[in-house]
Design a protein around this ligand. Structure first.
Ligand code: ADE
Length: 234
């Protein structure tokens, strides 16, 4: 998979792309992540990427010309499955969207700006607007990094042990259960007996119960959603 990020702040990606699984995915040839600096598509001396909004008001808006030029340049080189804009006004990103994106070949992620981007870019070139939650970030870069991280780890082969992906929270519409490691007792706190039993069936049953309980307590909306989906498929 190739992901082209379009941003006015490439250094913001230095950390998230150069550590852990995302780093390994790039080194292993599973993901190619290319940072495209919007300033490289400007033509004025000051390399201006934003301007004040028509009609007044606070904040700056990303200008259309460099964004059109950047996206069209990339699209001439290859075809893209989606051109994603990160914005708090987008569809809320979740694991099912993440799974869908992980099956694509080429993605563009355009990082929104504190106040916004010229709407003509959205109307003409963007195919999907995504928000990572109901709060406002300074820019779309951190949201793009979140999307990249969550998508790249689902590319087949990136995480060796397929099991560990399947038990992730949200993969089957529930929260994942709590986990323990050695020692079996610490400061008088015992690991649940079922997990120490060595009996695979008991362990599985404990995990299922714990997962159900946690989901019911914290995210009943997920259960409603899962039962709606089951009914639809019946
Ligand atoms: N840009 C600013 N806030 C955002 C959010 N919550 N999700 C995606 N992009 C954003």
């Amino acid at each position: 998979m190739r992901i082209d990020v379009i941003t006015g702040h490439p250094p913001l990606f230095a950390g998230p792309l150069s550590e852990s699984i995302v780093k390994r995915a790039q080194e292993g040839g599973y993901a190619q992540i290319v940072l495209n600096d919007i300033r490289d598509y400007t033509h004025d001396k000051h390399r201006t990427i934003d301007d004040t909004p028509y009609g007044g008001g606070a904040g700056m808006i990303l200008k259309p010309e460099p964004l059109f030029e950047c996206i069209e340049t990339l699209q001439r080189e290859r075809s893209y499955d989606e051109v994603i804009l990160t914005t708090p006004t987008g569809q809320v990103y979740d694991q099912s969207l993440c799974k869908r994106l992980s099956m694509h070949e080429n993605l563009i992620i355009l990082c929104g700006h504190y106040k916004g981007i010229d709407q003509r870019v959205v109307d003409e070139l963007v195919t999907m607007e995504l928000s990572i939650g109901d709060y406002v970030l300074t820019g779309g870069e951190l949201a793009a990094a979140v999307i990249i991280d969550s998508v790249v780890r689902l590319i087949p082969g990136v995480i060796g042990d397929g099991e560990s992906l399947l038990s992730d929270s949200f993969m089957d519409g529930e929260l994942d259960c709590p986990y323990y490691t050695r020692p079996p007792e610490y400061r008088g706190l015992r690991v649940p007996e079922d997990l120490l039993s060595g009996d695979h069936k008991r362990v599985e049953a404990w995990r299922r119960r714990a997962s159900d309980r946690l989901t019911r307590e914290r995210r009943p909306d997920l259960l409603d959603e899962a039962s709606r989906r089951r009914k639809k498929n019946d």
